[in-house]
Design a protein around this ligand. Structure first.
Ligand code: AMP
Ligand code: MN
Ligand code: MN
Ligand code: MN
Length: 292
């Protein structure tokens, strides 16, 4: 059985590793099919593709779009997209432009809470001049001594009700799914268990997502408890959606799960990859991988 990891990040968004390093790490950890899904960005895919060819694994061209839905931020992964598709490229460009404006407002909000220099501080951690994320602010807040680690930042800053939070309008669900669909990809609702929606909210989101042309939901994600995996597998069946899964890896020391670390897909769902063409096994490579 090939091993799939269909969600991860590189330095082209808020990950810590270059696309090449992500691909090499995935290959070394036994991943056969990897999707690089940088936030609102496809610029890392060319490098990732070359690295995957070298490593002998299959790369799926992906991206993770930021979407506003009923006042919440939700994420939609696109798998198997054409990164050169003009409408998708324009949509991603617009989302990234909004990020730059939001970053100024985040810095202003932190300044109001007495934390100065956050804009410049976050920029020091930015690894692509095209994209600034809350993760970069989180790394600045750790460096400045306001939190012990990045995961801890999001309990105390940058989220609703806490210093540094600003509301922001991302793409609409319909636009995001439409851009992915138009670029030949499959739209996948990312980590649905993370949105704290309640029973009726989940159903509304899944119905709206499916009606917009969404094809799959992430059943497997480190954001999900085993109970949520079971529940989401049932939702996938009921709503006629395919099932995906990914580690959402961001880099050493900043992630809940390493590349390739997902459990097997639960029985009774149709995997998002069911109609994908045959994938190749990775080249045998000596030695084990260390987290250094
Ligand atoms: P943004 O897209 O700029 O709003 O940033 C969102 C990113 O922040 C996510 O993709 C994660 O990488 C990170 N993030 C959000 N919530 C958390 C959390 N609770 N713990 C760690 N990282 C988080
Ligand atoms: Mn991220
Ligand atoms: Mn996400
Ligand atoms: Mn992600």
């Amino acid at each position: 059985m090939p091993r799939y990891d269909l969600h991860c990040h590189s330095t082209h968004s808020d990950g810590l590793l270059s696309p090449t390093a992500v691909v090499d790490r995935a290959a070394a950890r036994g991943v056969h099919v990897l999707a690089l899904t940088d936030h609102d960005e496809v610029s890392g895919l060319a490098e990732a593709r070359a690295a995957a060819d070298e490593a002998g694994i299959t790369l799926i061209a992906g991206t993770e779009l930021s979407v506003s839905w009923e006042g919440l931020t939700v994420h939609v992964v696109g798998l198997g997209i054409d990164p050169a598709n003009p409408a998708l490229a324009a949509g991603l460009h617009a989302i990234r432009a909004g990020r730059t404006l939001r970053a100024r407002r985040i810095a202003d909000a932190l300044a109001e809470a007495g934390i100065r220099g956050a804009y410049e501080g976050a920029l020091k951690f930015v690894t692509s001049e095209r994209l600034v994320s809350r993760t970069h602010f989180a790394r600045f807040l750790v460096e400045a001594g306001h939190a012990r680690e990045v995961k801890d930042v999001f309990n105390r800053f940058l989220v609703r009700g806490k210093p540094g939070y600003v509301a922001h309008a991302w793409a609409s669900l319909r636009d995001a799914v439409g851009w992915i669909d138009g670029a030949g990809g499959q739209a996948v609702l990312a980590h649905p268990g993370r949105y704290k929606l309640g029973r009726s909210g989940v159903r509304r989101l899944l119905a709206e997502f499916r009606d917009a042309g969404g094809q799959a939901i992430e059943v497997l994600s480190p954001s999900h408890t085993p109970a949520q995996v079971t529940e989401l597998a049932a939702h996938a069946r009921v709503f006629g959606l395919l099932a995906s899964g990914g580690s959402d890896y961001h880099g050493p020391g900043e992630s809940w799960m390493d590349l390739g670390g997902l459990p097997p897909m639960p029985a009774g769902v149709t995997p998002v990859w069911q109609d994908w063409k045959a994938v190749r096994p990775p080249l045998a490579r000596p030695g084990t991988f260390s987290d250094a």
